[in-house]
Design a protein around this ligand. Sequence first.
Ligand code: HEM
Length: 203
Amino acid sequence: MLGAEVFTSEDPSVGSTPGRSRHARQTVAFYHHIAEIDLNPAETTTCTFAQLDICFRRLPRANREGKVMTGSEAVSERPSLYDRLGGVYSIATVVEDLIDQIMVDPRLNANPRVDEAHHKVPPAGFKYLVTEMLCGAAGGPQRYSGRSMEESHRDMAITPGEWQAFMDDLQTTLDKFSVPAAEQAEVKALVESTRAAIVVPVV
Ligand code: HEM
């Protein structure tokens, strides 16, 4: 076990049942091919960000559709950050953990505008929009459909200290799910790229 579970199926037929997600079927297929990950798919199938990352690195000749690639394709095609993180199921799980943390973080709710805004929107919608945004930014097929970062945060007057609290919470979540260092750096760079639109400038 490399870290906290982000995708679990107890169902032995998950790999072949029509209607199961492609992610689930791919995940099971990976386990059939990787001897080092000693899990029996007939009993349980458990994925973590880190395990999925290992899966992709050890199967350089299989692309996401399971097609065999030519030698040059296998060398040149690096999986997107989205794929290395494990796709939408893994990213949504991580976002859920992050939002659950920031919703109750006293360092953020000390800002009365943040506190009020946090409690007027249903967390599920907030989680959906952040998942959609991060998935799209990481190279997934999703396209963010919410408001701009400037528009959705400008009334909250978010300070640099509150931003740091958010980044601390993000670090806690990334560590909890054992996201590898390289992918952590890429996720944090994506989040940092929104900072100028969210944090009020210090005058
Ligand atoms: C200190 C940092 C942050 C705080 C306190 C914060 C707080 C909030 C709150 C309270 C809302 C709900 C606003 C409303 O509907 O009235 C919101 C919306 C949102 N935030 Fe943040 N946020 C922070 C940083 C971020 C970052 C870094 C991202 C993305 C990487 C992000 C993505 C979003 C999205 C996608 C929405 C929904 C926009 C919409 O309603 O269309 N936030 N944020």
